[in-house]
Write a new protein. Structure first.
Length: 86
């Protein structure tokens, strides 16, 4: 039986997930709380994972679906800066 004290990491909790472009890749980033044996927060760490081509396609499809639903529901149009309209 191991002795565990308040400095012993025991649990983790995923706070959030973000998807972003990073150096030409698409990266999933997770913020994770590390908790001790009592469940108290010890620290927050960040984990990154580069998406595969298939995962990027899936994220792009979800994004497109959600944008279309948002535009339909709100009647708003996506902003394109004038310099990109040339």
């Amino acid at each position: 039986m191991a002795i565990m004290d308040s400095l012993t990491p025991k649990y983790y909790e995923v706070l959030d997930l973000g998807i972003q472009r990073q150096n030409g890749d698409v990266v999933a980033s997770y913020n994770v709380i590390i908790r001790n044996v009592l469940g108290n927060k010890m620290r927050i760490i960040n984990l990154d994972s580069v998406l595969t081509a298939q995962e990027r396609q899936a994220v792009a499809a979800i994004f497109q679906r959600d944008v279309e639903a948002f535009e339909t529901a709100t009647g708003l149009e996506r902003w394109i800066p004038p310099e990109e309209n040339v």
